[in-house]
Design a protein. Structure first.
Length: 289
């Protein structure tokens, strides 16, 4: 089964939240019209395992993890040759190398930083593109470090690094809406501003008022609120606006002009009215008493 669409209609944070919430496994293919840092060939592949990102690469068939290791000269030629012959594809390459003692955990974390964390932030900079998520896909064990990133954590990471929010402008919550917490205290490490906005997630204070209380711009609070929504911590709710009561009937009712109220009703008008009512009564359905 495939899910396809446009990033202008369905943003990357929304896609990641869907994949994480459903614990999906497969590959997300992102196509752009022009080459970018994360899509040098106009395409990027994001492999997901049970709602967690395990690899990101611009190549589908030959992920570049081995190339990264070779560039760092962490393995010599004989080790690389032995690796190609002995690697079973039954577990991630990084896990196998660490198990054999060829790479340390710190080296594996560095590879994950380059292979997944940096491209994740770059993906959020995309302003347009098309996406396709396919479930029937074999995971690229030779391109996986053995580490993974929750897609909701990826949302928090990517949105924090976002400089240009124009592509997400119509996705931001309304400034007159409130935020309602849908979980307990967040298990994600929030930064200072996110924690301050979190304190107002009772569903009774508008984002505009939150901005005023925290002395922040409304746009900044909207962006922070969107980040909290993207990780499933809060939801946007409309607030009841108490409109002023209308004036009393006595104040707005205007009596008819004396000339109008005193004007006699003509006999022809009464004759026509009685005829109209008599005609209508012929078509009324009969009801039992």
């Amino acid at each position: 089964m495939c899910i396809t669409g446009s990033l202008t209609d369905f943003s990357l944070p929304e896609i990641f939240r869907l994949l994480g919430k459903g614990h999906h496994t497969g590959v997300l293919t992102v196509n752009t019209d022009v080459p970018t840092a994360v899509t040098p060939n106009g395409v990027c592949y994001v492999w997901v395992y049970r709602g967690r990102i395990v690899a990101i690469d611009s190549q589908l068939e030959h992920p570049g993890l081995v190339k990264l290791i070779a560039q760092r000269q962490w393995l010599d030629r004989s080790q690389l040759a032995q690796l190609r012959e002995s690697f079973s594809q039954k577990q991630p390459l990084g896990s196998e190398l660490q198990k054999q003692g060829w790479l340390t955990l710190q080296q594996i974390k560095w590879l994950f930083q380059i292979q997944v964390l940096r491209p994740t932030c770059a993906l959020f900079q995309l302003k347009a593109g098309r996406f396709k998520f396919s479930h029937e896909v074999k995971l690229p064990m030779s391109g996986m470090t053995g580490l993974s990133l929750n897609t909701l954590s990826a949302n928090l990471l990517g949105l924090r690094s976002l400089n240009d929010w124009n592509a997400l402008g119509d996705k931001l919550p309304d400034a007159n809406a409130g935020l309602l917490s849908i979980k307990g205290y967040p298990r994600y490490p929030l930064n200072a501003l996110e924690s301050q906005v979190w304190e107002y997630t009772s569903g009774t204070v508008s984002l505009r008022e939150i901005a005023k209380q925290l002395r922040l711009s409304v746009k900044t609070v909207q962006q922070i609120a969107f980040r909290l929504m993207a990780v499933g911590l809060v939801e946007e709710i409309p607030l009841v606006i108490h409109a002023p009561c209308p004036e009393s009937v006595d104040a707005i009712a205007t009596p008819l002009h004396p000339e109008v109220t005193d004007q006699p009703v003509s006999h022809s008008f009464l004759h026509n009215l009685m005829g109209f009512l008599a005609d209508k009564s012929k078509h009324l359905p009969l009801r039992a008493a």
